[in-house]
Design a binder for this molecule. Structure first.
Ligand code: P61
Length: 458
């Protein structure tokens, strides 16, 4: 635990960017669920069975079997993490001038598509951009939008449709199997592939089991398998669902894509039987995959996120609904309605929560959305969110209570919170390293600045 004075100094030194804080200055770390989950006793035992041979490690074969058995894909290539797989796949499948429709953008996925010469097109349902819509499957694709794009640019300009399970930027929202089957039908008609960003597929499957008619008696493992079977290939950041600290892979059913990927991976990651991973990490991943699709595990995992979300809703805090599966996403536009989007409300809110309690959250709004490649202007997403991300098997319900109390305190004093200006902006994925300054109050814009902060009021 740190003092408020300590946190104020630490955050100022970090340029008001929670990515730039030292973890030692953080009390409860909700920056991400990526690589931050706790490995099980079995996974740790797996580390001890690491076969660190340069080529043909035993652990690679175990990982391959685990992916084939649980995820259905035929060919696999380990990579150091998700973006390593995105890079290789984008370089192979995309040519200059191609269009990549998807169920909302993800930062690294879109960047790799652009670096390969493609243009991302959002074809998600409109409900996904509305934090208050209670639609259960906000990860669904609007088939009319997809069909319109195919007619406009031609199927030959669309190498694949990107389907994420779940949709991170929409607030951890699932896609339904009914929708995925309809996408499969449409893409089959036009000879277009489906590439699956399967980073949180088990969480998505759990929501299907809970809400989609006809799946209530299926296991999460069965639903995961069915989702994967409907797609042609996948990129995976194994640091989420599969609960390893590092790792990922690229999977495909297409022998030609596999051949090219097997060759390209040796340029950027490592030999095709380890990609970017140590043997021991491949072993922990092979075991983590199996654990991640167990019903009891996933119910407890998503249940904890729901516990926090429901608590915040009871407190009247505006959050994205339905509650997501890997975190609770605060609607910063509504929370800080006096700060205009160009002054980064979500960035400002994440900073304020950290100062209040040492809870580290992440901005998912205009800073994350970057700039329009053609005009150079900021992209202004409809969703301006702060993500409270819950690592798996790490925190207790008591931690959730501490988090909710902190958000409530900040909410009570919200009118005193100021916006920010960006003073340093890196070229790629700017949110990771951008720096900010608080805006000096010069007008009556902040009408309630006389409300004392919680600590001052005490
Ligand atoms: C996260 F702020 N996610 O949620 P890699 N697809 C999807 C992801 O969620 C994902 C990757 C691909 C992170 C880490 C992170 O803008 C950010 O293993 C749905 O991280 O390379 C990663 O997988 C990429 C945080 C990534 C970000 C990008 O916290």
């Amino acid at each position: 635990m740190t003092t408020e004075a300590h946190r104020r100094k630490a955050l100022e030194e970090a340029g008001y960017n929670t990515f730039l804080l030292r973890s030692e200055d953080v009390y409860i770390d909700l920056l991400t669920d990526s690589g931050t989950s706790a490995m099980s006793d079995r996974q740790w035992a797996g580390l001890m069975m690491g076969d660190e041979s340069y080529a043909g490690s035993r652990n690679y074969y175990h990982l391959k079997e685990s992916i084939q058995k649980h995820y259905s894909y035929k060919y696999i290539i380990p990579t150091h993490q998700g973006r390593g797989a995105e890079h290789i796949l984008s370089q192979i499948l995309i040519t200059e001038g191609d269009y990549l429709p998807g169920n909302m953008y993800f930062t690294t996925t879109k960047l790799h598509q652009e670096l390969a010469g493609g243009k991302f097109v959002d074809v998600i349902v409109d409900e996904a951009h509305d934090p208050e819509s209670l639609y259960k499957f906000k990860g669904d694709v609007n088939l009319n939008k997809l069909e319109a794009l195919i007619h406009k640019v031609g199927a030959h300009k669309i190498p694949y449709v990107s389907i994420a399970t779940t949709v991170n930027m929409a607030g951890g929202q699932p896609i339904s199997l009914g929708n995925l089957k309809a996408i499969r039908k449409l893409t089959d008609k036009h000879g277009i592939k489906i590439i699956h960003d399967m980073t949180r597929v088990a969480e998505n499957a759990y929501m299907i089991q809970q809400y989609e008619v006809g799946y209530e008696d299926k296991t999460v493992a069965q639903i995961v398998y069915e989702i994967c079977s409907l797609t042609d290939g996948a990129t995976m950041s194994a640091k989420k669902d599969a609960m390893v600290n590092i790792g990922g892979f690229l999977a495909t059913n297409d022998p030609d894509v596999y051949d090219k990927a097997r060759n390209l991976v040796v340029v950027y990651e490592g030999l095709h039987t380890y990609g970017g991973m140590a043997g021991r990490d491949m072993e922990a991943l092979a075991i983590g995959i199996k654990e991640s699709i167990q019903d009891d595990h996933i119910r407890a995992r998503v249940g904890q996120v729901f516990y926090l979300g429901e608590k915040l809703l009871e407190m009247g805090i505006p959050i994205v609904q339905p509650i997501g599966t890997h975190g609770v996403f605060i609607d910063a536009k509504k929370f800080l309605s006096h700060i205009s989007q160009e002054n980064f409300p979500a960035q400002s809110l994440a900073a304020e929560i950290y100062i209040d309690s040492g809870v580290r959250a992440m901005e998912r709004g205009v800073v994350s959305a970057g700039r329009n490649k053609e005009t150079g202007e900021h992209n202004y997403p409809k969703l301006e969110l702060v993500r409270l991300t819950i690592p798996r098997r790490v925190y207790t319900q008591a931690h959730m209570d501490v988090i909710a109390d902190s958000v409530q305190r900040v909410y009570k004093n919200r009118k005193s919170i100021q916006g920010m200006k960006m003073i340093y902006e890196p070229e790629y994925l700017r949110f990771f390293q951008a720096r900010f300054e608080k805006i000096k109050v010069t007008s009556d814009h902040y009408s309630n600045t006389d409300i004392p902060r919680y600590s001052e009021a005490q």
